[in-house]
Each structure stands twice: as structure tokens, then as C-alpha cells.
Ligand binder design. Structure first.
Ligand SMILES: NC(=O)c1ccc[n+]([C@@H]2O[C@H](COP(=O)([O-])OP(=O)(O)OC[C@H]3O[C@@H](n4cnc5c(N)ncnc54)[C@H](O)[C@@H]3O)[C@@H](O)[C@H]2O)c1
Ligand SMILES: O=C(O)CC[C@@H](O)C(=O)O
Length: 529
């Protein structure tokens, strides 16, 4: 008999499948403290949570028979993923179940903001009958900017069309075809911010999206723009938002999520043009039934050793294949991450070519690692080995795997080619016995670097003093260079430098590097996670 612990309030209907299963005992213990959870978790094969329970490393450490953690919802911010992965515990979520509810909530917030409904309600609750103070604006013919056109963003776009709004969208994965199908106009983030009357964000919170909307973007905005965040606190810089509201650059903001939740002493809550809800995007009967049902099904699959689809971390790979390919997993994911960070524009096509001894194996799990590396640069922690191919397909990115007998002098070689609507980039890596993994080629340049840490990739003109100038500039900014590789094809032609540095550099330092006369382009490559 499997034992499942449910530690947050979940829809009873959604849990029925688990409750009725003959081989499962379900215990609902709501509101356990971390200590109580640590004391009880060793009895359970699966844990089912919403967002209140913090599944910390200490809880996972105490879990001796836990096979799965199910999150009834999308974000898994409350689960220590690395700790679960390290322990071989599968973390499952329910990515589709609350899409419509959250899209509807975002739309409700936009309308409430446009028509000042909460303010008018509050005024009437004070026994007032004030018909002058709450003049609103129409949505009709206004420009709505959607940042992040995934599941929820796309649903907002459909609803906005029904309101006769003009929709512009920014998403690094937005293909022309998808934009056309959704009837939206693709834009860069700056174009979107400049044109929009209403801006709504629907990205995950990642390193890339933290403070995606900050002082610079508020400056670019139309006078009197309105902004909505029903995704994750932190995508909009709250301090910059407050300033923009105080300067009346922004006419209003609707927030369901906050940098710190619950928000304590947050001045935004006192601003007269801010409306708020306490993270209610997914709080409908339907969404809660959907997510509880979906995640209950997935838990049953895992417990019964049946195929499952929404794992956020590692899926199981047959042991005999895993042992042979184990050394290549990190390399292939790093190649994907590296090449994604060198690309500009919307992704269209990714191709992996295996050469040498790798042609003898089923390399599909390595290809998933490459794809995970490519996509995680934009999609964050939501991408895993299971859902990476599906995510690529649903975003119109074609992904192919090839085997090539030509080994180009390496006993094994993985080459990744990434095509966007603006450029094509190629990277190749190999495993060298006794040395570990190396990146050996970047486009047409031969190099030799370890795929790890903080790197800076510089394209430059091969001129005397170029390397010295870069070294001096980094030195003056107290940035230590651990290793440096230079690649060129012709003397005096174009060349590249790849520098491994001890820490992340600021945008300012990258700008200064870019300003050096020999430099063509500078990219920071982060392979730390
Ligand atoms: N308020 C709530 O209760 C609630 C409920 C459900 C989901 N959410 C949150 O809503 C967000 C969206 O959820 P979803 O299900 O639509 O996710 P999704 O993965 O389907 O879509 C996210 C989209 O963001 C895009 N993106 C990533 N980085 C970007 C960037 N730098 N700029 C622009 N776009 C970028 C991705 O390409 C993707 O298309 C998530 O943060 C999720 O946690 C909140
Ligand atoms: O459980 C909730 O209500 C939060 C849901 C939402 O933030 C999610 O990421 O799915």
C-alpha cells in the first residue's frame, strides 16, 4: 500500500482518483510546520502540495521513501528542486490546469484598473455616492502589450481581440506563424513598451526576467500607461513602479503577485492608483479541481511505475543507457545553454549531430539535455528532460538529431547548431579521457575551454593590443581572468576570445568592453547553474 500525504488544502473532487485507489492511503494533514513535516515525511511515498507548504532541503533529507512530490499548480518555487533531484525524487506539476483562471483574473484586473472598480466600491462602502472621481478609460482600440506569450499570455491575447484591442507581444520563442495564428504583432520589448496603453507580464521569474520592467522601461512607456502583473512578483521592479506612479508616468498598476508574499509594509499597497489581490490567479473552483486532478493522476502513474508526463526534474532513463551516457549529460546541457546565450532573435531550429563512438548509442536522452539547455535560458526552471521536446514543438521550434560517421579527429563529438530568425550559431564539445568535457569549436573557430562558470565571449578584430586592452579593462574593474582562449582563422581578420572569469560582470563593464575599438561584440555566458 502506497501512502500519500496531502499537506495543503486541495479540491476534494480533484483528489478523488487518489482517495478511491485501492493501493493508496491518503492522509490529509493541513498546515504542518517544517518540523512536523520532517517528523512525518518518512512514512510517505508521495507528497502533494499547493503553494503554502515549503518543501525544503531538510524535509527532503528526512524523506526516506518519498518517490514523488506533486505540486497542484505551475510554479514549483516552494519545492527545493535540486535537493529533490539529488535524492531521485520526481517533482510533478500541473501546468495547464489553471491557465484559463489566471488569464481571466488578469483580464479582470485590467478591466478593474481601467474602470477603477475597486476604488468606486470602496467609496460606496464609505456611504459615498461619488460619480465624478472614478472616470475610467475604455479598452476598445487600445494597445495591449503582452510580455510572455505562453499558455496564459496566449489566452489573454484571444480575450483582448474580443475587446477590439490591438495586441503586441514579446516572447523570445514567438514565431511569425504563432503570432499570425493568435492575431498579434510581434515586437521587441522596447517597441512593446513604447506602444502599449496596457502592459501585462506572463513570464516565469528567472534571472532573465527579474526586473524585466524597471526604470528604463518605465521611462520608455507612454504617458499614462497601465501595468498588470499576475505572473510572479519581481518581474516588475516594485521600487521603479512606485517611482513611475509617483511621477504619474504610469496611471495605474494591478498586482496579484509581489516580490515578498505576503507583502508587508509595501508602499505600493497604499498608492491610490494600485489595485491588488492576494495571489488569486488560480483561485477558482475549476482551476483547483483541474490541478488537483491532474497531479493526483501523475502521482498514481509514478507510484505504479507507469509513464508520466509533467515531471519538472529528472525522468528515469534505463540504467544501462544512463551509465554509458552519464559523462555526456552535463556537456550536452552546457552546449545547449552556451549556444542559446550566443543567439539573437526568435529561435527557429536546433540540430544536434553526434559523431564518433556516440553514434553507437541511443542518444535521445542527450538530445533532450541539449534542448533543455537551450530552452531553460528563456523558460527557466519549468523546462525538464521530459517536457523539453514538447515545449519546443509547441513553440514551433524544429529539433533534429543526426549521427555522422565523420569524427573530425575526436573519439566523440557533439555539435549543436541553433538557427534563429537573425543568425545561426554552432558549438561543438567532446569528452576527453582524463580531462573531462571541453568545448572545442565555436562557429568556425577552434578553441579548448571547460564548459563551466562565468564566461565572456568576445568577437573582435585581430589587432595588436586587443587582448591587452580587454585584460586591462577587466583588471581595472577588479575582475580576475581564470583562463583565456583565443581563436582566429586569418592573421588580422576576425577573431574570438573566450574568458573564464571568477564572477559575474556588471552590464556597465560589458558596455565598456563593447566600447573598445577592436571589439565587435561581447556576450556574457553563464554556465553556473
Ligand atoms: N497568479 C497566479 O496565481 C498564477 C497562476 C498560474 C501561473 N502563474 C504564473 O504565470 C506565469 C506564466 O505561466 P504560463 O503557464 O503561461 O507559463 P508558460 O511557460 O506557458 O509561458 C511563459 C512564457 O514566457 C516566455 N518568456 C520567458 N522568458 C521571457 C522573457 N525574458 N521575455 C519574454 N517572455 C519570456 C516563455 O517563452 C513562455 O512562452 C508563470 O510565472 C506562472 O508561475 C501565476
Ligand atoms: O496555488 C496557487 O494558488 C498559486 C498558483 C500559481 O501561482 C501557480 O504557479 O500555479
Amino acid at each position: 500500500m502506497f501512502k500519500v500525504l496531502v499537506s495543503d488544502p486541495l479540491s476534494e473532487w480533484g483528489l478523488q482518483k487518489l482517495i478511491e485507489a485501492q493501493d493508496v492511503q491518503v492522509d490529509q494533514k493541513i498546515g504542518l510546520s517544517e518540523q512536523e513535516l520532517i517528523e512525518t515525511i518518512s512514512e510517505y511515498d508521495a507528497l502533494l502540495v499547493r503553494s503554502q507548504t515549503e518543501v525544503t532541503a531538510a524535509v527532503i533529507e528526512a524523506a526516506t521513501r518519498l518517490k514523488a512530490i506533486g505540486r497542484a499548480g505551475v510554479g514549483v518555487d516552494n519545492i527545493d528542486l535540486p535537493a529533490a533531484t539529488q535524492k531521485g525524487i520526481i517533482v510533478l506539476n500541473a501546468p495547464d490546469g489553471n491557465t484559463i483562471s489566471t488569464a481571466e483574473h488578469s483580464f479582470a484586473m485590467m478591466i478593474a484598473l481601467a474602470r477603477r472598480i475597486p476604488h468606486a466600491y470602496f467609496s460606496m462602502m464609505q456611504s459615498e455616492w461619488d460619480r465624478k472621481s472614478f472616470i475610467g478609460v475604455e479598452l476598445n482600440q487600445k494597445v495591449l502589450g503582452i510580455i510572455g506569450l505562453g499558455r496564459i499570455g496566449a489566452e489573454i491575447a484571444k480575450r483582448a481581440k474580443a475587446f477590439n484591442m490591438q495586441v503586441v507581444a514579446y516572447d523570445p520563442f514567438l514565431t511569425e506563424e504563432r503570432a499570425k495564428n493568435l492575431g498579434v504583432q510581434a515586437a521587441t520589448i522596447d517597441e512593446l513598451v513604447r506602444q502599449s496603453d496596457f502592459i501585462t507580464v506572463h513570464t516565469p521569474l528567472t534571472k532573465e526576467t527579474r526586473h524585466l520592467i524597471s526604470s528604463r522601461e518605465f521611462e520608455l512607456m507612454k504617458q499614462g500607461a497601465r501595468i498588470i502583473n499576475c505572473a510572479r512578483g519581481g518581474i516588475i521592479d516594485e521600487r521603479a513602479l512606485l517611482e513611475a506612479l509617483q511621477m504619474e508616468k504610469v496611471a495605474g498598476a494591478a498586482l496579484d503577485v509581489f516580490e515578498v508574499e505576503p507583502p508587508i509594509n509595501n508602499p505600493l499597497l497604499d498608492h491610490p492608483h494600485v489595485i491588488v489581490t492576494p495571489h488569486l490567479g488560480a483561485s477558482t473552483i475549476e482551476a483547483q479541481e483541474n490541478v488537483a486532478f491532474a497531479v493526483s493522476e501523475e502521482i498514481l502513474h509514478v507510484l505504479r511505475n507507469e509513464p508520466f508526463k509533467n515531471a519538472v526534474n529528472l525522468p528515469s532513463i534505463p540504467l544501462n543507457i544512463r551509465e554509458k551516457l552519464e559523462p555526456y549529460f552535463n556537456l550536452s546541457e552546457s552546449l545547449g545553454k552556451f549556444v542559446a546565450q550566443t543567439a539573437s532573435g526568435g529561435l527557429q531550429e536546433a540540430r544536434v549531430t553526434y559523431s564518433g563512438e556516440l553514434t553507437e548509442f541511443d542518444t535521445s536522452s542527450l538530445s533532450r539535455s541539449v534542448l533543455k539547455g537551450i530552452l531553460s535560458h528563456h523558460l527557466g526552471a519549468g523546462v525538464n528532460y521530459v517536457n523539453a521536446p514538447h515545449l519546443a514543438k509547441s513553440r514551433g521550434i524544429s529539433f533534429t538529431e543526426q549521427k555522422s560517421p565523420a569524427n573530425r579527429g575526436f573519439t566523440n563529438l557533439i555539435t549543436v547548431t541553433l538557427k534563429t530568425n537573425q543568425d545561426e550559431n554552432r558549438i561543438a564539445g567532446t569528452m576527453i579521457n582524463g580531462y573531462g568535457s571541453r568545448i572545442v569549436k565555436l562557429d568556425e573557430y577552434r578553441i579548448d575551454i571547460q564548459p563551466k562558470g562565468h564566461l565572456i565571449l568576445i568577437h573582435h578584430h585581430d589587432r595588436p593590443g586587443a587582448i591587452g586592452n580587454v585584460g586591462a579593462l577587466l583588471g581595472n574593474n577588479d575582475i580576475n581572468i581564470a583562463t583565456m582562449q583565443v581563436g582566429r582563422r586569418n592573421v588580422g581578420g576576425r577573431a574570438i576570445m573566450v574568458l573564464e572569469i571568477d564572477r559575474q560582470v556588471s552590464a556597465q563593464v560589458l558596455d565598456q568592453l563593447n566600447d573598445l575599438s577592436e571589439i565587435i561584440s561581447v556576450r556574457e555566458i553563464d554556465l553556473t547553474q
